[in-house]
Structure formats: C-alpha cells, structure tokens
Design a protein. Structure first.
Length: 247
C-alpha cells in the first residue's frame, strides 16, 4: 500500500514554481497528513514519493534507529517507485536483505535534478514522524545521486554523521564546507559517464582539512561502481560506527 506524505514549503512571497515531487511507500506506517501552514507567505504543497524500509524490530522497540538515505541515479527518475528498486539498498531490500537502519529512498521527478532544499524539508518531516536517532543519519547515492550526496552534505554538514557518494562529483571550491565529516567515496577507474577525476578532485581538496577521508577506486569498473559498493557489508558497518556525538 502506497501512502502520500505532503510537505508544505514556505516560499516567502514567491509564486509556486514546483511540480509534485515525492510519494511514500510503506505498509506498516500510518502517516499524519495534516498540512502545516505558514502565515503571510505563499504556500506550495510538494508531494514527496519515497520508499520506506523499517527494521524488523521497529514497531516493538522504544529505541531510536539510525537513518540511511539513498539517492538514486538519473535513470530511476519518474513517478514509478518500483524503478527506485533497480539499484542500491532498495534492490537489496526487494531481494530480502535486512538492515538495522531505517532506509528512505526518495524518487526524483523526470527531467529534474535533486533539489537539496526540498530534500532537507523531507528530512525534517522524517525526523518528526519516525523514531530516528538524529546523531546517526547517513547519506549515500549513485551517479546523479552521488552528486546529490556531495551537494546535500555541503548544504547541511551538521545533519549527517557520514556520507558515501558513489561515482558522483561536485564543486571542489566549496566542498571543504563539509569539514571533517566522515566520507567514503567510490568510483570506477574506467567510468566514461562520470570520469573518476570528478571524485578525485573532491577527495584531494577534502584531504587538506580531513586526511581521514576514504576513497575506493575499482580498477576494472566502469560507471557501475554501485553494485560492488552496496553489496559490501563493510560499508554498512562503517556507517554504523559513525555518529555526530563522536565528532
């Protein structure tokens, strides 16, 4: 059963420019669809679609859980949430793998790029609705989602305990804003879609402020650096060892 979560964005007097964005998919969670209103400002409703995975002990536990956000690549854009299951953690979940995280996998509309301010609003809503440990929020994504991972970490560096961008890129002139945030980046050496230099220039810049950043290059891999990355249990163990409290 698919449910819809509505986000209300305050645009401070600007006209509503956004198209519907995201929806929610989950069979075990009832969402309050109450719309929040901001006075004296133009209100724009954005419907945010995403896949939601809850650990098997989520309902019974009184504890808060780490959150892993996965951003897909350009090929999975659209309105069919099943496309988000083509790669990464959503694919593994569809195959029966269990995780100790809450996992949220939003879907970007066709013809658009990840809008970081909108993702940030989504995260606010998730924290308000779910049992999330705000000190253990992790972010990863592939290709277009790798770019989105770098960009979101730069936009809101205090929100994430760690990031793992896969075959992405960004702006080396501003990437140092993420400071000493734990980073493990991945790329294929033979990538002809997003050259490995896109990751290398960010990593080289980051090492000036954070020499502990990790960078894995797969010597024989092309653009598909994600299959080996997300099949590797060490990635998830590494995530779970990171916390904002330890910074």
């Amino acid at each position: 059963m698919k449910k819809m979560l509505s986000l209300i964005l305050s645009l401070f007097g600007l006209a509503c420019l956004f198209q519907p964005l995201f929806s929610q998919s989950n069979e075990n969670l009832n969402q309050d669809n109450t719309k929040k209103k901001f006075t004296k400002e133009v209100i724009c409703t954005i419907e945010v679609p995403y896949l939601l995975y809850l650990p098997k002990d989520y309902e019974e536990s009184s504890n808060k859980f780490p959150l892993l956000i996965f951003l897909h690549g350009s090929g999975e854009r659209g309105t069919d949430l099943d496309k988000v299951k083509f790669h990464g953690p959503p694919k593994l979940i569809s195959e029966g793998k269990e995780f100790p995280f809450i996992i949220v996998s939003p879907q970007c509309p066709e013809g658009r790029w990840w809008q970081i301010s909108e993702l940030n609003f989504l995260l606010d809503e998730l924290i308000a609705e779910l049992k999330i440990d705000v000190n253990r929020i992790y972010l990863t994504g592939l290709s277009m989602g790798g770019y989105g991972t770098w960009a979101w970490a730069e936009y809101a560096p205090d929100r994430f305990a760690a990031i793992a961008p896969v075959c992405g890129g960004g702006n080396p002139l501003t990437i140092s804003k993420i400071g000493k945030m734990p980073v493990w980046a991945f790329h294929g050496a033979k990538d002809l879609v997003v050259p490995v230099a896109e990751s290398e220039r960010l990593i080289n810049k980051l090492k000036i402020v954070n020499p502990d950043v990790k960078f894995t290059i797969y010597p024989e891999a092309g653009h598909d650096a994600w299959t080996e990355t997300y099949n590797n249990p060490e990635l998830y163990e590494w995530f779970l060892n990171q916390s904002l409290k330890s910074k």
